[in-house]
Write a protein that binds this ligand. Sequence first.
Ligand code: PLP
Length: 439
Amino acid sequence: MNYRSTRTASLACHLSEAIVQGPAPDGGLWVPTRIPSIDAQTLPCDAGDAVLTEHLLAPFFANDPLLPHLGWICAHTFRFDIPCVPLAGDHTHVLELFHGPTAAFKDVGARFLAACLQKIQETNGESAQPVTVLVATSGDTGSAVAAAFDGMHAIQVRILYPDGRVSPRQAHQLGCFSSNVRAYRVQGSFDDCQRMVKQAFADPQLRQALRLVSANSINLGRLLPQMSYYAAAATRHWRRQGTLLNFSVPTGNLGNAFAALLARATGLPLGEVILATNRNRVLDRYLDSGRYQPGPSIATLANAMDVGDPSNVERLNWLFPDHARRQAAVRAVWCDDARIERHIREGTARYGRTWCPHTACAVEVLEQRRAQGDSRPWCVVATAHAAKFEGIVEPLIGQPVPVPPGLAAMLARPARSERLAADAGALKSVLLETVHAAA
Ligand SMILES: *Cc1c(COP(=O)(O)O)cnc(C)c1O
């Protein structure tokens, strides 16, 4: 299997090259040159998530040096449960993606990416150059990446976050790992952090010296494994009930929901996929009008979805090249902060559940559908545990949210971070200094 750039069909590479490169050299995103078909009859649904994912992804890894290691990579990734549990009657389910170490779905992609890079380094053996993963984060991505690479000493991880603009719990989660993972509190905004990371990637001397790898959501090493939980939930449902399971997916950069669309494109029995967004309405407007109008992001309660220009739209346009096909294939529904608050407040009474603000947007879709008389099977995708957003959730429900054990263990560890000026030159010198010292 080869991968090509969304912008230039002739620009091709292997999967492991795509993983190390991040975006394609022409600025496009890597996509498979063809979509393999997967037979729902033979998907090993009862064998556990690692085995299922190995089967599902083997065609995507065909001919790649990582293929012989795919079993290990999957076993390493799926060390926690991803249950799809019934909610309020027969026809509604919740896909719980928050049982990983940092209590958000990004653990799946981050762990898979870390395992791939580890194997790429091992395969290169003595000739392996040091690899440095560099990320800017407003919270969830950084902690998932930090946790995933914890203790992988052949890989250095550097995380930039805006000082004072992530919650104390999030800051703690970024700084409580082994010495190969370092967190920098940047004296600026998230945009400053992103700009510094972009400048580092654009610096030939740094790229050469450190072999910088991006762990953001456009990386195929994060995107591909996310197909697994949709494949598993939909196929199990289809085998039991003979119907298609429809999904409501909290959406920001469109990485998670795109994985659902890709899983469906392999022929697996997924029903509708609805993109549940917050007040950043670029996707519902695009799918309605056919005009893509990115804008600056708007701050909302579901802050991991505050995206004004979702990167994976470029992959959506590749999968569905014209407006009519896109409209037929996918819809988006948005939710404002007042409704997010209402769903969190009413979650306990209506469903016996405490939703995180992102999942609340997916609940909005469900409730709109049910109000329209839609009685088909729906699955609300729960992207994070409410305990990660205690500052928002606890005042609304009037009681503390119990912290899951993995998160509690992480919060009990000591944490440290280093102060960094919001300046590309300052980042460059700490990178060169700390990575060479570690090598
Ligand atoms: C990152 C994130 C999202 C958005 O996922 P995308 O892949 O960017 O669309 C939704 N919910 C939570 C909790 C997240 O951390």
